[in-house]
Design a protein around this ligand. Structure first.
Ligand code: NI
Length: 258
């Protein structure tokens, strides 16, 4: 079985003690590709460093809605710096994570939208897909996407909220849906219905590690080795073998990112 983790944060401090051995272990466990997701300038730099050190790691660069600065001027400066990173590094495979988050930040909605739109424009300029983070901002996220020119490769709703209307709209716009730990949670009531409506050719899997460990590892540090639980969940619901789910999601991720 070969596995593609489409979104992880191995630059996180939770891996400082044993990053090297964790990455060796997941590779041995069949995780042949990982996208290390940037969410700020600093983490974008760190993700690129990881992609330079490990052949099987690729990176995204972006400033998440929770990491944007407090003024438009500073935002423009940061995006210029981001552009330099994107231009110089061949293993940057997407712009992200970018989007809207009204759960953590309700006070700067307009600036969040501006940052989102500016980074979609950056993706267009370099012909890269986008990786979207959205939390308690579903309608505004869809509205932004409907009103901009989208990159040719569209992008991914990372750790997609388990909201049927959002998933339908995202699919209609041509986006991939990436499933993370929450699809395995016992209290995720919509998980089965959502797995049902996402076609196999639009499905990705991710850990968002070190966060969001799937059942039965919930509450522990997450690594890509735990993707088997997400694969098994999807396989049961779609009546496929785990191997088929791993291969299909691997090919999908390859298609959009590589
Ligand atoms: Ni993330």
């Amino acid at each position: 079985m070969k596995i593609f983790d489409s979104h992880a944060h191995y630059d996180d401090a939770k891996f400082d003690e044993d990053r090297e051995s964790v990455l060796e272990n997941i590779y041995d466990a069949g995780v042949e590709k990982v996208v290390s997701a940037g969410y700020s300038l600093e983490s974008s730099y760190e993700s690129i460093k990881l992609s330079e050190k490990y052949e099987f790691i690729y990176s995204t660069c972006g400033i998440s809605p929770n990491d944007i600065p407090d003024t438009v001027e500073k935002l423009q400066e940061q995006i210029l710096e981001l552009e330099c990173l994107v231009k110089q590094n061949k293993k940057v495979v997407a712009i992200g994570e970018i989007g809207l988050d009204y759960y953590w930040n309700k006070e700067n909605k307009e600036l969040q939208k501006k940052a989102f739109i500016m980074q979609i424009e950056l993706a267009n300029k370099y012909n890269l897909p986008i990786v979207i983070h959205t939390r308690e901002a579903i309608q505004d996220t869809i509205d932004v996407l409907k009103n901009v020119e989208l990159p040719e490769k569209k992008g991914v709703f990372h750790c997609c909220p388990l909201n049927i209307e959002l998933v339908k709209q995202a699919l209609k716009l041509g986006f991939y849906i990436s499933f993370a730990g929450p699809v395995t949670f016992k209290n995720s009531k919509n998980a089965n219905d959502i797995i049902d409506i996402v076609p196999l050719d639009k499905m990705l899997i991710e850990t968002d590690s070190p966060y969001l460990s799937p059942e039965p590892k919930r509450g522990t540090r997450n690594t890509s080795a735990n993707l088997v639980y997400i694969i098994n969940k999807i396989a049961t619901q779609k009546e496929l073998s785990p191997e088929e789910v791993a291969n299909i999601t691997y090919d999908n991720a390859k298609k959009i990112f590589l």
